[in-house]
Design a binder for this molecule. Structure first.
Ligand code: F3S
Length: 421
């Protein structure tokens, strides 16, 4: 095989099999991958986030993972997994069929044998102890996490598939191309935000709206003086509905965009798009205005951080979820443990809700359906799940509105409330 990439002495040994068959196998795939994309060398990674964990999608990989484990594969960097189809801890309580537990368990056990951290989430950045620095190279799956990592944390990752991310985890390296190179991280489209964005919901709706026109082009937002982690988290997730972007910049907010000029790396934008008050109100009309009974509420798209779980607990404390409504709150295992210790989990349980980890509403619905039946109307806190649900039957609200819907069993947003903005 003629190799186009430069390899260090150590990497040559890895490729020659001196570090065992699994590392050799990983290096063979990674070097081929790098050659295809014109990478000149490998970069060491400090973390991997791998998506071979969702049985409904990755069932064909069980034998491949089995072979890797038999080869002695071990991850060389801290590695987390993407969500699974079920909550591996609460599956009985949630009424998940045992067959689904066994299938998912088998898939997950292969990951555990390879040394994965027991976290299966779309927000690896909310796993405590995994503090990453601007400029760190990682190999991440999960489109929303990739956008958040590149944009908000300033770490560098391409949009990995489960195989490439797992090979990078085993080799501790990934080919240097795409978003690992600073020149590919420049902004391409200028988005002038001409309305005041007030809530997480506003950011989520804007991301969904802009995604359609963005394709693979990196947007630069001008006109957002401040954005919270939660707002940017939901913006990232909403972009994944209809675009293939890997990052965004917010001038004066995100780490690689201290100025407009820096965000575009001195170039001119290829395109300019306005996001206006009229756009936002149209989105409100489409995804919020309704007065309907609801059967399901899911808060946790993307998986919540501890602050957000605390907010849910504060809002639902002493109240009860309405009869006929299933109330799910999704987070990471680490946040769930902290929420147990802080008493938040107990408050949510006493109200009749479920604090779940390892999965999300959509991942459960797309695989096993629901032990509680398919809902007519569903309220979510993120556009990604609204997009995946039945058109016209999913509504978006902030955490307060979602909790209110769970307690009353109704979604009620009328036109007058929107026009007060
Ligand atoms: Fe995460 Fe599921 Fe939303 S994977 S981003 S909670 S659709």
């Amino acid at each position: 095989m003629v190799l186009l990439m430069y390899l260090t002495k150590e990497e040559e040994k890895m490729l020659d099999g001196e570090y065992g068959p699994a590392v050799q196998y990983a290096m063979k795939l990674l070097t081929k991958f790098g050659d295809v994309f014109g990478a000149e060398r490998m970069v060491k990674i400090v973390h991997a986030h791998v998506s071979c964990t969702t049985y409904s999608i990755e069932y064909a990989l069980v034998d491949w993972l089995d072979d890797l484990v038999k080869m002695g594969a071990r991850v060389r960097v801290p590695t987390t997994g993407m969500i699974t189809n079920i909550d591996l801890e609460l599956w009985r309580e949630l009424g998940i069929p045992e067959e689904w537990y066994k299938n998912t368990r088998r898939l997950i056990d292969h990951h555990i044998k390879m040394g994965f951290i027991r976290e299966f989430t779309c927000t690896p950045y909310f796993v405590p102890g995994l503090f990453l620095s601007k400029g760190d190279h990682v190999a991440w799956c999960e489109s929303s996490a990739i956008i958040f990592g590149n944009s908000v944390m300033g770490i560098r990752t391409n949009r990995e598939c489960c195989q490439s991310a797992l090979m990078a985890a085993i080799a501790g390296r990934t080919p240097e191309f795409g978003f690992h190179l600073i020149e590919n991280r420049r902004g391409v489209v200028l988005v002038k935000v001409k309305t005041k964005l007030k809530s997480v919901t506003d950011f989520s709706l804007m991301g969904y709206h802009l995604a359609e026109d963005m394709g693979l082009r990196t947007p630069v937002f001008d006109g957002i003086p401040h954005a919270t982690v939660e707002q940017m988290d939901n913006l990232a997730a909403a972009f994944t509905t209809r675009s293939g972007i890997s990052m965004f910049h917010i001038v004066g907010v995100t780490p690689e965009a201290p100025t407009l000029d820096a965000a575009f790396q001195g170039d001119k934008p290829e395109d300019t798009i306005d996001f206006t008050q009229a756009d936002l109100l149209n989105l409100y009309k489409r995804f919020r205005e309704a007065e309907v009974p609801i059967q399901r509420v899911y808060i946790g798209c993307p998986h919540l951080n501890l602050k957000q779980v605390a907010e849910v607990a504060r809002l639902i404390n002493g109240k009860k979820v309405a009869k006929g409504v299933t109330f799910l709150v999704g987070t990471t295992r680490a946040v769930k443990r902290a929420a147990e210790e802080a008493g938040y989990a107990d408050i949510i349980r006493k109200a009749g809700g479920y604090l779940i980890s390892d999965t999300c509403g959509t991942a459960m619905r797309h695989s096993i359906g629901y032990p509680w039946g398919e809902p007519e109307n569903w309220v979510f806190n993120g556009m990604k799940q609204v997009y995946y649900f039945k058109p016209g039957r999913g509504f978006i609200g902030d955490i307060k509105e979602c909790v209110e819907a769970a307690i009353t069993g109704k979604w009620r947003v009328i036109k007058d409330e929107n026009s007060k903005r």
